[in-house]
Design a protein around this ligand. Structure first.
Ligand code: PGD
Length: 766
């Protein structure tokens, strides 16, 4: 057995030992009190047949050259030597640059990639495009949190402030009396922190708080959104109706004189305009519990009692990301912040409003007190951008104007799309529509270590290394360790690091020095780590050299002390410590938002009817949430992810009455359909899913098969059926969390899932 080395991932730090058969023995970091089982996806990942072994080029692109086509995703792949593929790609980049300019290149390349501060694929691709062709069309916001990114700065502060410099888990353990968790606090989500997490504290913190007597209320259609440790009361709510519940709770506080009006007067603006709406004086409809009960499915008495209980306790209102990843996702955030303001606990330890608590492992923790190694990306000379989830709209509508957050923007005309470290055929909605839109491109390039569905739809697929095949440093913004990510194995097949792939292409374009600045990967690591080391030295903290850090395996770094953060200081003196909003206060009515004139996001929290709602041919709500067995689609072929499937397919969970009404039994193959498409899944039946809902998590690699003229994803990717529509004209965020579908027993032949095996290269280029 070889020596064990330290490494890190977005789902945990660990040490790893290679075994004789190429498998890996993964041991969670010794300091992690509650490691994530997702680590076990790595055991068989290194040498899996899903990996990309050689550069591959789509046959049609090789023979016909770049250009629009319907063949992407259907053509065969040809293995091409590195030198040849780099020549062709360098020439194509130069062609697009000279004929159309960098504004014809989409390099948003959204995706989580792997942990590792230097080999972060998205940073690498951005730097490459900036340094070689002068820029690219970027994307703003994230699939996680786009509506919040756009909305929160208007009303409360930046997402970073509200999510990462707010109430901590330590405060909850000690002080919070009531947690109203809208969308829950699922530990499958907080197990993940971009860049790395060495201690999973969420489950244990909830357990400790509950033991002290804190009361947790889970407001979600899924009981699994809170761990048993929290001993939570489950308030099953109709999907997408949290805003109605929140308005009715505020109505009770207001009408029963329970609102903290001193807080509202001192720390907020715009209450009166909102109150006219909430009380019904402006539209004739009081938003009282009797109004909210049929919308939310929660009895009026329960709503009223919850509001009274919240008024009496130190209450924390939390919002999961999922809440805003749906149509009008801006509204429940805004309504939650206003409820918290009316409760008056904002700025008190363990009280107030927290966006994103429990949605990621970054949140509820103090930030690092020293700068982390970060790759400089250079300047992007292209001004145009898109909100991240508008990618299909962009490809379909070049030159067309649209609204985003008070701006009137124009979709660019994209000829070349470059993706490294993400999987649009995982993260985007309505995948058949995306596949059609991609047909308009001249060239689509993907780097990945695995032959994902995005790679299958590309023209050029370049094999990247896994993090286990290179040296790097792992660190998240709120984790207390920098972990030496040691190289454990030689690259699979002909795989290369993204950095050396980009360096090679830049060199061929005659711009190598621009990109590399003359440094090797090892020299870059030294260079980037030095900034952190200097900061440690300046503080008088231990500051090992890179070699010493590797020897030790990890380094504890100082964290900013938990001083109650921004909200405590705001409460202390709102004039001296204003929030980062236009008024410096919490904006219950926002003149900025109102001035945008969007009927899908008016000037105060509002209950809005939806475009997507249950109906005859799609009577069930599909909840397409984050999976428990992997991060997004990463390592979907790994041991732990595969073990969560049944018969090789993703599991769709239904309520017993919905299953019975459709003659569906446990382990039946079912087909989930919507006007967008269809996918197969294996059925499970559970009382933990609200009646009228079906839960199919994301992340199964899209495996489309033409069955009698209909494209069906035979693996269970819910984005085959989800709706691709922005949250509103303000946020334009991803709404993939909730769509309407029908589910039926599948009576046809059951095609096998083949997507976890890389396509064969048909032949080498002559
Ligand atoms: P990942 O599966 O993490 O998904 O979407 P994202 O694209 O981030 O993709 C990362 C890819 O990077 C993987 O294919 C992995 O193999 C590759 N990779 C890892 N390391 C490297 C490397 O070193 N080099 C290269 N070149 N590649 C690498 C996630 C997105 O999905 C997110 S964040 C959210 S929150 C959304 N959630 C939902 C949802 O709730 N519901 C629906 N329906 N859809 C969603 N999609 C979104």
């Amino acid at each position: 057995m070889t020596e064990s080395l330290t490494h890190s991932s977005h789902w945990g730090a660990f040490s790893v030992t290679p075994e004789a058969d190429g498998r890996l023995e993964i041991t969670p970091h010794k300091g992690d009190p509650d490691p994530s089982p997702i680590l076990q996806n790595l055991t068989d990942a290194l040498r899996h047949p899903a990996r990309v072994a050689r550069p591959m080029v789509r046959r049609g692109w090789l023979t016909d050259g770049p250009g629009p086509t319907t063949r992407r995703g259907h053509d065969e792949f040809v293995a091409v030597p590195w030198d040849d593929v780099i020549d062709r790609l360098a020439a194509e980049l130069k062609r697009v640059e000279s004929e159309f300019g960098a504004e014809a290149v989409f390099g948003g390349s959204y995706g989580w990639s792997s942990a590792g501060r230097f080999h972060h694929a998205q940073s690498q691709v951005h730097r490459f495009l900036n340094k070689t062709i002068g820029g690219y069309v970027k994307s703003v916001g994230t699939y996680s949190s786009a509506a919040a990114h756009a909305m929160l700065p208007h009303i409360f502060g930046s997402v970073m402030d509200v999510a990462r410099h707010n109430v901590t888990w330590d405060q909850i353990v000690e002080h919070t009396e009531l947690v109203l968790a809208f969308g829950g606090l699922a530990v499958k989500n907080s197990a993940i922190a971009q860049g790395g997490i060495s201690q999973h504290i969420e489950r244990l913190s909830m357990g400790a708080a509950a033991k002290r007597g804190a009361r947790f209320v889970l407001i979600s259609p899924l009981r699994s959104d809170m761990p048993p440790d929290a001993n939570a009361e489950w308030l099953p709510i109709q999907p997408g109706t949290d805003t109605a519940l929140l308005l009715a709770m505020m109505y009770v506080l207001d009408s029963e004189g329970l609102a903290d009006m001193d807080f509202v007067d001192r720390y907020t603006v715009g209450f009166d305009t909102f109150a006219a709406y909430m009380r019904g004086t402006s539209d004739g409809q009081p938003k009282d519990p009797h109004w909210a009960a049929p919308i939310t499915g929660i009895p009026a008495d329960t709503i009223a009692q919850l509001a009274r209980d919240a008024a009496r306790a130190r209450t924390l209102v939390t919002n999961s990301h999922s809440l805003q990843r749906s149509e009008h996702g801006e509204q429940p955030l805004w309504a939650s912040a206003v409820l918290a303001a009316m409760l008056g606990d904002i700025g008190l330890p363990g009280g107030g409003y927290h966006y994103s608590l429990g949605s990621l492992g970054h949140t509820g923790r103090a930030p690092a007190a020293v700068p982390l190694p970060t790759l400089p990306q250079g300047d992007n000379g292209v001004a145009n951008y898109i909100p991240v989830a508008r990618i299909t709209d962009m490809l379909e509508n070049p030159g067309v104007e649209y609204d985003y957050n008070g701006n009137r923007l124009t979709y660019p005309d994209i000829k070349l799309m470059y993706w490294a470290g993400g999987n649009p055929f995982h993260h985007h909605q309505d995948l058949e529509r995306l596949a059609r839109a991609l047909g308009k491109l001249d060239t689509f390039v993907v780097h990945d270590f695995a032959f994902t569905s995005a790679a299958r739809h590309a023209d050029i697929v370049l094999p990247a290394t896994m993090s286990l095949e290179r040296e790097d440093l792992g660190a998240g913004g709120t984790d207390s360790l920098i972990v030496a990510m040691r190289k454990l194995a030689e690259p699979y097949g002909e795989a290369r690091d993204d950095y050396s792939i980009f360096a090679g292409i830049a060199e061929r374009m005659g711009r190598g020095e621009n990109f590399t600045e003359g440094r090797t990967a090892e020299q870059w690591l030294e260079h980037l780590y030095e900034r952190t080391r200097e900061a440690l030295i300046a503080r008088g903290d231990p500051a090992p050299t890179l070699a010493e850090l590797r020897e030790a395996g990890d380094l504890a770094i100082p964290m900013v002390p938990d001083d109650g953060a921004l909200m405590a200081r705001f409460r202390e003196d709102p004039e001296a410590n204003p929030l980062a909003t236009p008024s410096g206060k919490i904006e219950i009515y926002s003149e900025t938002v109102a001035a945008m004139g969007y009927d899908d996001c008016p000037g105060h929290p509002t209950w809005l009817e939806r475009f997507e709602a249950p109906r005859g041919d799609a009577p069930l709500w599909l909840i397409a949430n984050q999976p428990a067995t992997r991060l997004h689609s990463q390592l979907d072929y790994g041991a732990h992810s595969r073990a969560g499937k049944r018969d090789g397919r993703e599991v769709a969970r239904l309520h017993p009455e919905d299953a019975a009404a459709r003659g569906i039994s446990v382990d039946d193959v079912v087909v989930v359909t919507s006007p967008r498409g269809a996918c197969l899944a294996t059925a499970d039946i559970s009382e933990d899913v609200l009646k009228g809902c079906v839960n199919l998590a994301t992340g199964a690699w899209y495996d489309p098969v033409d069955i009698g003229g209909q494209i069906v994803c035979v693996h269970g990717n819910p984005n085959a059926v989800t709706l691709d529509r922005g949250t509103s004209r303000l946020g334009q965020g991803c709404t993939g969390q909730l769509s309407c579908v029908e589910v039926a027993r599948w009576t046809g032949q059951v095609p096998s899932v083949r997507v976890h095996r890389a396509p064969d290269a048909v032949s080498d280029v002559a």
